[in-house]
Design a protein around this ligand. Structure first.
Ligand code: SAH
Ligand code: SF4
Length: 411
């Protein structure tokens, strides 16, 4: 009941006023050359794990244990310039630079600040195409994912400055999945991000906010641009870097998929100490509606998705999240809530539902649901025995809310 009450409170908050954003240019952060004067193309250390860094060291005639030193420097101390890694002898730093190595971590080139504290960043990596992706910082969390399920009201000795802070991370530039209500879909897929480009978004935001791993508890949601399970290896490569090298817990990470069945099946095989939590963008109570709004449903219908999700070995207290974007007049009626409750109960999976009121985007012909419809839907789901949360729209004024991430700088 406490959760229901909190959700009402969240929904009661007014939308952020238009034009309240502030655009900050970070031109001083320095552009980098892809190619040295000698014509040697730079090679990035960021994105390689300790073993791979060790292999690089061996390649340049150094002992493999220097890989561990390098990993410590770039993932724990978050050093971004080779010349500043003082645990390496100066001569070695110079030699690595001459041979074309650089740290090469992605960096924030522009940021948009919302009046509600949300920040949206354009993050650029070292690739020659200079494409940018978007990453979002929500200091208050999003009301949906609360990390490891612990009660945030209970003091636990941890610095609670950002007990609910959440970073929303992108996995691809654009997306190929073509959900009809999503702005990112309009870009099409431009390319996959590398593991370093995915993990680098997190460290760039950590630096911006002075996040100290081990002291501050920050949640990660892989819910930005792109479909993580259509870039599976790089997505899991990033998770591995964040867990094994940076020291984050996968229990404070959630990955969202539109229902890519082979990806869910692989994910179910990942070891518990590495596997983030799983969210499924369900968005409809039946195949008919889901097929209309998410064409991917024709390839992998609801039953196939549910069967794959059922293979996950959930940790104690872990639940699967079903995300449900409410589209006014399409999937927001109380009888559809009842149908959704029956569907979720029938799966037998420990689950909760996160409701998200659709965020409008230019040129997308859906309607935002009426507040009363959202409330009635939430109540009907709760009456149907399903734990339900309402996600708070964040940073609407800066297009940082769900489905609004698009690689353009709105004027
Ligand atoms: N591609 C993945 C993760 C990114 S989308 C996926 O689809 O799950 C993250 C969430 O935003 C999804 O649940 C999606 O259904 C939702 N979403 C997309 N467009 C939206 C919009 N315009 N308003 C609200 N939520 C949206
Ligand atoms: Fe891609 Fe997710 Fe948008 Fe669908 S909702 S188009 S899968 S980003």
């Amino acid at each position: 009941m406490a959760a229901a009450f909190r959700n009402e409170m969240l929904y009661a908050e007014p939308y952020v006023a238009q034009k309240s954003y502030q655009l900050v240019r970070l031109d001083g952060s320095g552009s980098r050359e892809d190619t040295q004067a000698s014509g040697v193309r730079n090679r990035q250390l960021f994105g390689l794990d300790s073993n791979e860094l060790g292999a690089c060291m061996v390649e340049v005639g150094e002992p493999a244990w220097r890989g561990r030193q390098l990993a410590e420097a770039i993932y724990c101390q978050r050093i971004t310039e080779l010349s500043e890694i003082t645990t390496l002898p100066k001569t070695l730093r110079t030699r690595l630079a001459l041979e074309g190595w650089e740290v090469g971590r992605p960096w924030i080139i522009q940021l948009f600040q919302s009046s509600d504290g949300t920040e949206r960043y354009l993050v650029q990596g070292q690739a020659a195409d200079a494409l940018t992706v978007e990453t979002v910082w929500m200091p208050e969390g999003d009301g949906g994912e609360t990390g490891d399920g612990s009660d945030p009201e209970k003091p636990n000795g941890v610095d609670r400055r950002w007990e609910r802070a959440t970073i929303c991370v992108s996995s691809q530039v654009g997306c190929a999945v073509n959900c009809q209500f999503c702005l990112t879909a309009r870009l099409g897929l431009q390319r996959n991000l590398s593991a370093g480009e995915i993990a680098g978004q997190v460290l760039a935001v950590f630096d911006r906010h002075g996040v100290e791993v081990g002291r501050d508890r920050v949640n990660l949601v892989f819910m930005g641009m792109g479909e993580p399970f259509l870039n599976y290896d790089n997505f899991m490569g990033a998770v591995r870097l964040l867990v094994e090298e940076v020291g984050l817990s996968p229990r404070r990470m959630t990955v969202s998929t539109s229902g890519i069945v082979p990806g869910i099946e692989r994910f179910a095989q990942e070891p518990a100490e590495l596997r983030p939590k799983l969210a499924i963008s369900l968005n409809a109570p039946n195949d008919e509606i889901r097929g209309q709004i998410m064409p991917i449903n024709r390839k992998w219908p609801i039953e196939a998705v549910i069967a794959a999700v059922g293979r996950l070995q959930l940790r104690p207290r872990e639940r699967i999240t079903f995300e449900y974007v409410l589209l006014g007049g399409v999937n927001d009626r109380p009888e559809q809530a009842a149908e959704l409750a029956r569907l979720v109960r029938r799966t037998g999976i420990a689950a909760k539902v996160n409701l998200i009121a659709w965020n409008p985007g230019p040129g997308i012909a859906y309607a935002t649901p009426q507040p009363e419809a959202v409330d009635a839907f939430r109540v009907a789901l709760g009456d149907g025995g399903i734990p339900v949360y309402l996600r708070k729209p964040h940073g609407r004024d800066i297009y940082a809310a769900c489905g609004q991430l698009k690689r353009t700088v709105e004027g």
